[in-house]
Design a protein. Structure first.
Length: 71
């Protein structure tokens, strides 16, 4: 998965968990988190740690992302 593909998956969505992105891309969570750090650093993505299962990951804590940059 490329950064552009991640961007496409985030645009127009609410919060998306790293687990969901990893599962849908056939990647692992750590790789997704490292890739997403690029968008977070550029200010195009907001990151949060979720612990209330709001993103369907059903683990105690996970990283979730929301696109807030230009479309």
């Amino acid at each position: 998965m490329t950064l552009k593909q991640l961007r496409k998956r985030l645009i127009g969505r609410d919060w998306v968990s790293a687990q969901e992105l990893a599962t849908s891309s056939g990647s692992d969570v750590k790789t997704i988190e490292m890739m997403m750090s690029h968008w977070v650093a550029s200010g195009d993505v907001v990151e949060k740690t979720s612990c209330d299962h709001c993103n369907g990951c059903f683990i105690s804590k996970c990283q979730s992302y929301c696109w807030c940059g230009k479309v």
